[in-house]
Design a protein around this ligand. Structure first.
Ligand code: DX5
Ligand code: ZN
Length: 217
């Protein structure tokens, strides 16, 4: 049986007390903390960046899963690694040289993940699998929390899991967007094993119970 890991996205938290919010979900059993960086170019929204992650790094020893939704991520990989990321994911659609980005992340001693948007086929990541520590399949259009999961994205998760199995390879597949108690089961059935959840975790009355429920779907 695969272990399911939960990565709460702070995009849904109260940013006026970010440190406490991160500590709260870490103590509630989160396996990692999902930090969504948006540049207003790759996605039509702006979130937060390097200084925020640097400060958070001093506030917790939680594993930082940094999701870069920025154009030309190669410009910033080293700086996010230094700021305290443990894993860096970036978008295939955002760069001309995904292989170089993956290598750059690993050269910083960090885990590297390649992310794809809902309209990018699973096959697009095949040439890079050996350079990846995780694949992120976006289950909504990146940019905003609180959206509904797009069901067809789970077919891509299944396709990717089958391809990995055919290659006798194991890589974690992360899903991000619209994950809740209802959709998590379908995502896991399709082959996902790292679940990002923003609204579901941060809006829950009992965050520990929510994380447990998501993990045990
Ligand atoms: C969307 C972000 C997600 C988002 C998920 O662009 O990448 O991480 O915060 O939020 P929920 O779980 O609310 O869909
Ligand atoms: Zn994200």
């Amino acid at each position: 049986m695969t272990m399911i890991q939960i990565s709460p996205s702070v995009l849904a938290c109260d940013f006026s007390k970010l440190g406490e919010e991160v500590r709260s979900v870490h103590e509630a059993g989160a396996d990692m903390i999902h930090l969504d960086v948006m540049d207003g170019c790759f996605v039509p929204n702006i979130s937060f960046g390097l200084p925020v992650i640097e400060c958070l790094r001093r506030a917790t020893d939680a594993f930082f899963d940094v999701h870069l939704m920025i154009d030309a991520p190669e410009r910033y990989i080293e700086r996010f690694a230094k700021a305290g990321a443990d894993l860096i994911s970036f978008h295939l659609e955002a760069t001309e040289d995904p292989a170089a980005c993956l290598r750059a992340i690993r050269a910083c001693g960090k885990k590297a993940a390649l992310a794809i948007k809902p309209n990018t086929p699973a096959e697009a990541v095949y040439p890079y699998l050996s350079l990846c520590d995780m694949i992120l399949v976006m289950t909504v259009e990146p940019g905003y929390g609180g959206q509904a999961l797009i069901p067809s994205t789970l077919d891509k998760v299944a396709t990717l899991r089958r391809e990995l199995q055919a290659r006798s390879m194991y890589l974690p597949i992360q899903v991000d967007g619209g994950i809740n108690r209802l959709t998590a089961a379908a995502a896991v059935r399709a082959g996902a094993d790292v679940l990002v959840a923003g609204s579901a975790v941060f809006r829950a009355a009992d965050r520990a119970a929510e994380i447990r429920a998501l993990r045990e779907v």
